[in-house]
Structure formats: C-alpha cells, structure tokens
Design a protein around this ligand. Sequence first.
Ligand code: 13P
Ligand code: SF4
Length: 330
Amino acid sequence: MNYKEEILKLKAKLDVTLVAHFYQKDEVFELADITGDSLELAKKSKESKSKFIVFCGVGFMGESVKILSPQKRVLMPKIACCAMARMIDTAYFDDSLKILNQNGIENENILPITYINSSAAVKARVGQMGGYVCTSSNAYKIIEKAAEENKKIFFVPDRCLGQNFAYKMGLKSAVIGKDKDLKDADILCYDGFCSVHQLFHPEDIDFYRKKYKDILIAVHPECDIEVCKKADFVGSTSQLIKYIKELPKSQKVAVGTEFNMVNRLRDENTYILSQTKPECPTMNETSLEDVYNTLKIIERNETKVLENEILVDDDTRKWAFLALNRMFEV
Ligand code: 13P
Ligand code: SF4
C-alpha cells in the first residue's frame, strides 16, 4: 500500500490536523500540517479548528493538547512515552519534597516548575502548589517570573535544563540526592535527564573545534551543563533551526540534538556533534502505517473512545491546566 497517498486522501476528507514534532521520521514529518517545538505544537494545536488532532510525538505532548483543549479529540498513532518524562511520577515528586523538607526547606517556601516533558499527573501536582510548566524555549522567562516569589524553585524532571538556566541566570543550582548544600541553592533540580542528549560530550566539542578552527557549536539545553557551557548557542529545537538557517552558507556548525532533526538540516557545513547516532527511540516509533491506521479509525466515525485516544481525567486536567496556563500567561 502507498501509505503516503492514502494518508493524503484521508486527511483531505476528515476534520483532522496532523501534528509532528521535529524529531519525527522524515516520512511522517513531511505530511504534517503543523510542526514545531513543544511550545509551538501545544499553542498551534490548541488554535487549530479541527475536531481531531493526530499527534505524532511523545505522550506528554498529546496530553498537553488534551489538557489545553479538552473539547478536541486527540489521538496518537503511537503513544510513545518520553524516557525523561517517565523518570518522575507523583510518588517520586512527593519523595523529593520530603527530602527538601528534611533539609529544612518547607513546602510553603517551595515553588515547583515542571519541564513540559512530564506526565499530566506531575503537571497537576505542580499546578496544585501554584507552580508553572515551562518548555526549553521559555524556561528563562518562567524561572525569572517564578523567582519573583522569593521561594526555592523545585525544578523537575530535567536536571540539565534546571542547571543550565540557573547558570545562565547567575543562580545557584543543586541536584536533589546528589548535592549536599540544598539550602544554599536557588534552584533545586530533580535528578532526571534525557539519555539522547547525554550522548553529547565536551570532548566532542573539543574534537570539532580542533578540526575546524571557526566552527560554531549549537546545542539543546537538555545537554549536560559542561556541554552547554562550551557551546556558542543553546536553544530549543525551533531556536536551533532558526539559528542554523540564519548562519552564512559557508559557516560550519556542529549541532547537539536529535538525529532526525539535524539530518534534515545537514549540508556540507552542518555536522552532528555526537560520535554515536543520537536517535530518540520513542520519537522514532511512529510510522506512516501507524498514521494511516489512526486516520482509518477516525474515518469509521465511531463515538466511543477510540484506540490510541488521549484522555485526561477531570481533576488532573483542572490542576495541570492551571500550571500550563500560568506558563502561557507569562
Ligand atoms: P523542544 O521543546 O525544544 O522541541 O524539545 C522537546 C524535546 O523533547 C527535546 O528532547
Ligand atoms: Fe524525551 Fe529525550 Fe526523546 Fe526528547 S529526545 S522526547 S527528552 S527522550
């Protein structure tokens, strides 16, 4: 079967918007109506007029659309879960709070911020405590806003993002369970990370700088702090694309983020920073066949809950919405 042709036919006839993150496989990505980084996808999906959103990405992204637009029906061809988002659940969240309490930091002095790469349940916990969601493209602004409350920021789940923005803003960070002086830190980071972005090392930057004298290094803030400190530019997926596209054609640049996205940008002057292929296994799960099958499910026009439909219970949604909405207000 020619899945591409069939998908195009189904898309033309159904009330559906096909959404894809930059890390999706090329064949899926090229058919999308909406592409972008996590923040853009959440915003644009919300604004879409379609009744059905078919979201090609990882679970937390589809969930965020459902939280923001409960009237829409959100389906994911593969409900693949971001490995970093899986590193924290509400029990681990509460355990970390207990550690902070044992270190003399009480809950009333803690303001949580969750990276959007987290479950709806974790976002809800953050919402209940008056906290915010942030993405890699707005973390600076959100932390700046949160800091106005003069509380300790409890940043989950990505320690790298927390450490990188703390460093950029001249704030002190500490990792819960690793660092000792929790009380002295402004940003207390949960010890989660993205295994894909851990594949970039300071030595890779040294290698490229030695090989090409004027090369620039551009990386995602999920990379380790020692990598980000050495880079020329740190930004979200959209910000990286913009940065690279605006460089003069002859400028060499090595990029530290997921393979599919960098490969699409690749020319004779654009390199992948890692020595190992930095593929995100969960982002790569979605195939054209999965997209086709999901559109066929919608075509059957059933009113019951559909296979691979994203659902968020009302109470979780209410609190998670508050945390997401506080982000949009900033
Ligand atoms: P962006 O919001 O920058 O697209 O990042 C999402 C992500 O999961 C990066 O690993
Ligand atoms: Fe999650 Fe990392 Fe994949 Fe991004 S690249 S979706 S953070 S596992």
